[in-house]
Structures are given as C-alpha cells and as structure tokens.
Unconditional design. Structure first.
Length: 317
C-alpha cells in the first residue's frame, strides 16, 4: 500500500471568463517534484470539496502528480462572469462556453506545461467530453487519461430533459435549492447510500446547499442551453487518450446500460459500481477496487484499501 505523505495545499483566485474570479486549489506531496497535473472537474451544484476525500490517498499513490481542482463560475467560491450577473447592464446568461473557458483558464494558469489527466464527475464529465472533442491539437497532445465518474450522458439533450432542467433552474432562482436538493438526493446518491452512508449523503447535500441560488440556477440553464443542440463526434475522439467510465447501479439519471453503450462508442473501459447512485466520487472509496483490478492492465497495488489507489493505477498506465 502506498505510504501517505504530507500534502501541501495552496489556494488562489485566477481571472476567468468575463472577469470572473475562479477559485483554484493545488495539492502536491511535500518533498516531491511534480511531473504531471491531474485536473478534477466537479458537477452541477458541486465544488472542490466533492473531491476532498480522495485527494491525500490519491497523491500518496501517485506522488509525481499535482492535483488541481476548481469551482465552476458561479459555484462555491468562484464568481459569475460580470455579464452573467442578473442585474448586469448588458446581461448575457452564463453559457457553456464560459464553463469551458474556465477550464482553459485553469490549465493556462496552473498547468501550462507537461502531461495532463482529468477526473470528471457527473455533469463535469460533459465538460471533459466537450474538451476532449474540441480541444486544440496542442492540448490534446498533453492529455493522457480521462476518467468519467457518473457520466457522460448521451447528447444532445432531448426536449423533455431541457424542459426539466429549465424548471429546476426556475425553482432554484425563485425559492432556493432546498426543495430541489432533497428531491434529487436519493437519485444522486442511491437508496443504499441514503440508508447506509449518511455522511456521504450529507456531503452531497451540504455542498449543493452551499451554492448561491443565482450561480446554481445559472449553471443549470447553461447546461440546458449548451447541450440541447450539441452532438459528439464519437468516432473522432482521440484514440491515444485512455478513457475510463464508471457508473453506479442505482443511478437514476444515467441508466447503467446506457452508460455502457456510451463507453463503447467512446472506446472507453467501463465499470458499474453496485449499490451506488450517480455521486460515485463521494462514496466510491471502498466499493469498486475489485472492478478496477479487472480494468487495469498493470498489476494492482498490493492490498488496496481505497479506490483512489486503484484509480491511480489507471492513471499510471
């Protein structure tokens, strides 16, 4: 088992799209030289905290990496672009392009050189997929691995999904997110987690409840509008980037069989975690190490205790 190291943590705010301030956290084992960056992309209603439980053990297993996590514009400690603030003189809604531009800003500021791997959760997996589909040749040449947790979903979004998202955004904007979060929480975490892992369910709820209602609603609308007409060129996704898709058997947003079909179209390795909903990043620490054992072509870390150690094996091949 990898020995845990002391991890240094630095935070900063960088300039993002539309003058937004993007909150970034950088984690790196002390006394090591970083040779690559692992970018963590959360989903709708998430923040950098969604990945907090896995950071130390992941870096213990891959000490040559620097973990970079950030809050989307309007989420967590990041501000909305000036044009997306509701009372802006020349108001323009937050757009998918703004979210993708925030990723590019983080990479340009914090990982301008060297290999990059991506771990993306839930709706963040669609941002990672869009990046993979539309990235410049220079960035694609640096991408080595992309792991999708609880996604990606098939595209484009059908009209009924767009309408449902628009209704969700309206509810959040008018009344806050408590009703929506409590309605969606069983679907996000799964029935087993609601019953047997209350702290994991509480993490998902607390993270989402901590959002500003304006930023959360803006993010939902950006996804509804940005992916209603978006198609993915599955056949042209880069073949030299290793892809991994992990879904939960209790996911009520992306059916496990549908996710398997998407993984096949992507040419990705695929696994379904039993008794988990879509929020696999919050409850995956001990559930899926045997599945990763089958997926990874190299020998497993001896006696793995956490799935972050197994995930590190995927990233190391």
């Amino acid at each position: 088992m990898a020995q845990q190291r002391t991890v240094s943590v630095t935070t900063k705010a960088i300039t993002g799209p539309g003058g937004s301030r993007i909150h970034v956290e950088r984690r790196k084992p002390e006394g090591t030289s970083s040779q690559r960056s692992v970018l963590l992309i959360h989903g709708l209603g998430g923040t950098v905290d969604v990945f907090y439980p896995i950071c130390v053990s992941l870096l213990s297993a891959i000490p040559d990496a620097t973990l970079l996590s950030f809050d989307w514009p309007g989420h967590g400690a990041s501000s909305l672009p000036a044009h997306a603030v509701s009372d802006a003189p020349n108001h323009r809604p937050l757009a998918l392009a703004d979210l993708l531009a925030s990723i590019e800003a983080v990479i340009a500021s914090e990982a301008p050189n060297g290999p990059i791997s991506i771990i993306a959760h839930s709706a963040g997996s669609l941002l990672a997929l869009s990046l993979l589909d539309k990235a410049s040749p220079a960035l694609l040449a640096r991408l080595s691995h992309v792991a999708f947790l609880g996604g990606p979903m098939d595209l484009p979004f059908p009209p009924e999904v767009v309408a449902r998202q628009q209704g969700m955004a309206g509810l959040v904007a008018s009344s806050g997110q408590a009703t929506l979060v409590d309605t969606l929480l069983p679907a996000l975490t799964g029935a087993t987690t609601m019953r047997a892992r209350p702290l994991a369910a509480a993490l998902v709820r607390a993270t989402t409840m901590g959002q500003s209602k304006e930023g959360y609603a803006a993010g939902i609308l950006a996804f509804a509008d940005g992916f209603k007409d978006t198609t993915v060129r599955w056949e042209t996704l880069p073949k030299d980037v290793r892809l991994l898709v992990i879904g939960g058997s209790e996911d009520q947003f992306v059916d496990p069989s549908s996710l398997g079909a998407i993984a096949n179209k992507m040419g990705a390795q695929h696994a379904t975690v039993q008794d988990v909903g879509q929020s696999v990043s919050c409850v995956m620490h001990t559930e899926i190490h045997l599945i990763f054992d089958d997926l990874c072509s190299s020998p497993m870390i001896e006696d793995p205790e956490t799935t972050t150690e197994i995930l590190s094996k995927f990233l190391s091949v």
